[in-house]
Design a protein around this ligand. Structure first.
Ligand code: GAP
Length: 512
């Protein structure tokens, strides 16, 4: 555990040191759970957005984009259910005065039991080696069976009490499990209360005529209210999707874990409209498609797992989370939800406008069903960043810190380094940059010995270094060094564009 916490601390300090993430308004001591993305962070974030947008919109003839406003008519949030049901169950510890999400306290407890089961499995795997049959072990080992049963019963009971809005039972569960405040160790809890997560704001100049608005808590509703606009003007036929990337705001009470849970964050969402009755087929389709998207980035299959929901959101008839192994354990990265016709129907009722599709094959007018894929951009950032940060032992007893970002996402694709700051080498390096800068973000660096510059670029996540030396002036060749393998090769300056392209190109990553 201590190791995990140390690694997480490293992730946070590395993100700051290399210009990826700063606390918001840091000179005023920051604002809790709000962050700014620095010079490298802004690039990485933009590249993640591009990777998502290209794979969801550009590669699909039947998916189009949208950029709806953050401020929406307030009835939107009544219709969507957010005014009445977008709540977190909160509980306070009377001694530490700390506030927690009651469901998260229980889920964390259940996860600890799951970890015990995983430990038993890992021990057995080590003992039996190649002969180990995990499925059989999980089904027959009494300890693992007990842990799994205990975990399942806790989660089922939590899901039932939340669905029934039985907050008394949520508190009873916390007490029965003996869950203590992580801060003070005390078990002196208040009752559990619901707390609405939407940020309110006002539209208008004078206090009495101002309209109460909300900052959107999800981008999805901007898509639903534009369903007919896009369908008609784009002549879209079912099945089709509308994708959007944008800011969302939630007044998270328990906002910890760096950029994982923020009050202002970005979502990349896609609503896929289908025929009623076909939604579960499309739900499976999008589960697989999104899994493949994640796999294409090479962050390690073992770092992902699906978690099917026990408790559905008020709008869903099937839901799963893609969880990622963050530095603090497996947590939700992306949600895939079968939202039925809940949203479009609710907007029809509240607006009095028809939100339907005339299906020429079925000769029928219907409210489409919806499959949603919803991923937090900031969480994807944290997944990519933390899975890429490595401490490597090198030959000769030295070590290096290297940020092995997928090259397609790296902020800077190549650094051009003159071996020395004289003899015409800086001029040739600048000439190379002038050529490459039209296609890639490249950086010049002449300070310090070449070895230190390599280390600096490794730690910043730059996949390639291009070194210009005295021979380059004569033979028009340079040395290309690869971040991940540290392999070096001599290539003609005219080949550079193609070499970088091969490493960072969207098409080659997606096709892999
Ligand atoms: N439209 C559906 C929806 O908003 P959600 O599960 O509440 O569903 C979707 O959110 C995704 O948004 C999550 O999987 C997560 O990646 C991201 N997300 C949610 N709350 C967040 C927060 N406070 N900070 C950062 N990301 C968040």
């Amino acid at each position: 555990m201590a190791k995990q916490e140390d690694f997480f601390r490293n992730v946070i300090s590395h993100a700051k040191e290399y210009g990826y993430i700063f606390a918001s308004s840091e000179i005023y001591d920051g604002l809790s759970a709000v962050y700014d993305y620095g010079q490298n962070g802004a690039e990485l974030k933009k590249n993640i957005k591009d990777y998502w947008w290209k794979s969801m919109v550009q590669l699909h003839q039947n998916i189009v984009g949208l950029d709806a406003a953050i401020l929406m008519h307030p009835t939107t949030w009544k219709a969507s259910g957010h005014v009445d049901a977008f709540n977190d169950p909160l509980i306070d510890n009377k001694d530490s005065k700390k506030r927690y999400r009651a469901d998260v306290l229980v889920e964390d407890y259940a996860e600890k039991i799951n970890q015990k089961a995983q430990k038993e499995i890992a021990k057995a795997k080590k003992r039996f080696g190649d002969k180990f049959n995990e499925e059989e072990f999980v089904a027959t080992n009494p300890r693992v069976i007990r842990y799994k049963k205990e975990e399942r019963e806790i989660l089922e009971r939590l899901a039932k009490s939340l669905t029934d809005e039985d907050l008394v039972d949520v508190k009873a569960l916390i007490e029965e499990l003996g869950i203590a405040c992580p801060e003070s160790g005390s078990k002196n809890w208040t009752d559990v209360k619901q707390f609405n997560l939407m940020f309110g704001t006002k539209l208008g100049a004078s206090a009495d005529s101002a309209t109460d608005l909300y900052l959107r808590p999800e981008t999805a509703q901007g898509i639903f209210v534009n369903f007919s606009n896009v369908q008609k003007t784009g002549r879209m036929k079912i099945p089709f999707g509308i994708a959007q990337i944008g800011k969302a705001f939630r007044n998270e009470i328990v906002a910890r874990q760096f950029i994982f849970r923020q009050r202002e964050f970005e979502q990349m969402e896609m609503q896929f409209f289908v025929r009623p009755g076909e939604e579960l087929k499309w739900f499976e389709h999008w589960k697989e498609t999104r899994q493949n998207w994640h796999a294409s980035l090479g962050l390690g299959e073992e770092n992902y797992r699906f978690h099917d929901h026990e408790k559905m959101a008020h709008y869903a008839n099937a839901a799963t989370d893609i969880e990622f192994n963050f530095p603090f354990g497996f947590k939700e990265l992306e949600g895939i939800h079968s939202r039925t016709d809940f949203d479009l129907k609710a907007h029809e009722e509240h607006s009095g406008k028809k939100l339907r599709f005339y299906d020429p094959e079925m000769k029928e007018n219907y409210v489409p069903y919806v499959i949603e894929t919803s991923i937090g951009l900031d969480r994807m950032f944290l997944a990519v960043f933390s899975a890429s940060l490595k401490e490597e032992e090198l030959e000769g007893g030295t070590s290096r810190t290297v940020l092995k970002l997928p090259a397609v996402l790296a902020p800077t694709k190549a650094a051009v380094l003159p071996l020395v700051k004289k003899d015409g080498l800086p001029e040739l390096a600048h000439e190379i940059i002038e050529e490459l800068k039209w296609d890639f973000r490249v950086q010049y660096d002449e300070k310090d010995a070449i070895g230190r510059r390599y280390r600096r670029q490794d730690a910043a996540g730059t996949p390639l270094c291009i070194t210009v030396d005295h021979d380059s002036l004569e033979d028009k060749k340079v040395t290309v060094r690869y971040r991940d393998t540290m392999e070096q090769k001599r290539v003609a300056i005219t080949e550079l564009k193609e070499i970088i392209q091969q490493e960072v190109d969207f098409k080659s990553w997606m096709k892999k």
